[in-house]
Design a protein around this ligand. Structure first.
Ligand SMILES: [Zn+2]
Length: 401
């Protein structure tokens, strides 16, 4: 089995992380700069920023191509993804819009996705991924001529809400209060505030129900997971649950457990989704397709196995052994680097034995997931407590290895 060093990953990953956060913005910025935006939608992005973002995006494209993620014609084993990771084809126009059920629609570009609800009093748009950008408005216009009257932010990350400027400024913007605080902080720091999505004016601490006619959206907050303020958005009529950047149907999460700010909260989110909501459609915000309850259960299994593999790696790899191997050195960080790599490789081998062929992107991102679970497991009190209850894994034996 080929193991990948964290160090080998650092360079392209940092480019991908930056580019995923900033890169897609270039698409909407380019679109916006070339279209005739007037009135409330006209945001004043400056040309310097557009130029910089284009460069970031190109870096992202080239990095992704190097990883084989965007090369559909290659026969390289690295490009193989499980059938379950594949989604519907994206039309030439660059996006797909489909009704989920009863006036609730999802829109996707194959990398990002989100949903909107058409009501008697206008459209409720959730999030605004820059990679979809102006196509979000085109998708809405395909199914209704009603205006967007409400905008809900799942969380504050710009790769999901950075194109909110496409919506009318007189719409009502709703989010959990931590999301509003973060956007207000950004407004206060920014030299060009037009690049920051509108700060929500309707905020709440724990729960908010948006009731329009006979259509309902429940917005629920259970504490930090992927990021403070990240919401569970539930459409009861449509039995659809949206939770962004936690569960990735058909795929492993984005790097480092989707750069979760609270790993214990990230783990708990799976239980909350499955225990608190009656849903059969899941919208995760990313990648190729809609999900189901089974996708949430699959990722719950994945995370459970990752906990076990992390406990195993942390107990089997001894710092003293690594120090003895490295020998006399005054470079303490070198020692830690060797130790972290050894723990990570132990965890990666355990995990890939079971998951390499089951979820898209497993080989590419497993070292980052192992790093997050093992490192956070050593230092974060809540995660450390969770891992106390984890028994040593039998994952390798389960697959006959
Ligand atoms: Zn996010």
């Amino acid at each position: 089995m080929e193991s990948i060093s964290l160090k080998q990953l650092k360079m392209p990953l940092s480019i991908i992380i930056i580019a995923i956060l900033i890169g897609p913005l270039s698409i909407v910025l380019t679109t916006m700069s070339t279209s005739n935006l007037t009135g409330p939608n006209a945001y004043g992005y400056d040309n310097m920023r557009i130029t910089g973002d284009k460069q970031s995006y190109l870096k992202f494209v080239s990095a992704a191509e190097m990883n084989g993620e965007m090369n559909n014609t290659s026969n390289s084993a690295q490009t193989q993804i499980p059938e379950s990771a594949k989604g519907p084809a994206i039309p030439e126009k660059g996006y797909l819009v489909e009704e989920i059920r009863d006036n609730l629609y999802w829109v996707t570009d194959g990398s990002y996705n989100t949903m909107f609800l058409v009501t008697d009093e206008g459209v409720v748009a959730i999030d605004a991924p820059p990679s979809i950008g102006q196509n979000y408005l085109k998708a809405i216009a395909e199914v209704t001529d009603k205006p967007v009257t409400y905008v809900i932010y799942s969380h504050a990350h710009l790769d999901h809400i950075g194109a909110a400027a496409v919506f009318p400024r007189n719409a009502t913007y709703i989010a959990q209060e931590a999301t509003a605080s973060e956007l207000q902080r950004a407004m206060d720091l920014a030299s060009n505030t037009s690049t920051i999505p509108p700060v929500p004016t309707v905020t709440f601490a724990n729960n908010y129900t948006l009731q329009i006619g006979n259509q309902t959206l429940d917005l629920d907050y259970y504490g930090d997971n992927h990021m403070p303020g990240n919401l569970f958005i539930y459409a009861p009529n449509q039995k659809t649950l949206m939770l962004v950047d936690v569960v990735f149907p058909g795929w492993v999460p984005f790097v480092y457990l989707a750069i979760s700010s609270d790993v214990a909260g990230f783990i708990k989110s799976h239980d909350i989704a499955l225990n608190n909501y009656d849903f059969d459609i899941f919208v995760g915000g990313h990648l190729t397709r809609l999900g189901t309850q089974d996708d949430v259960k699959t990722q719950q299994d994945f995370v459970n196995d990752l906990e076990k593999a992390a406990v195993k790696a942390n107990s089997e790899v001894q710092f003293a052994d690594i120090a003895a191997e490295v020998g006399n050195t005054s470079d303490t960080w070198l020692l830690y680097s060797k130790y972290i790599d050894a723990v990570d490789q132990n965890c990666v081998q355990t995990m890939l034995a079971k998951w390499e062929d089951r979820l898209g992107g497993a080989a590419a991102f497993m070292p980052t997931h192992c790093f997050t679970m093992t490192e956070a497991g050593r230092v974060e009190p809540s995660l450390s407590a969770i891992l106390q209850n984890v028994t040593m894994p039998d994952i390798a034996n389960a697959t006959g290895n």
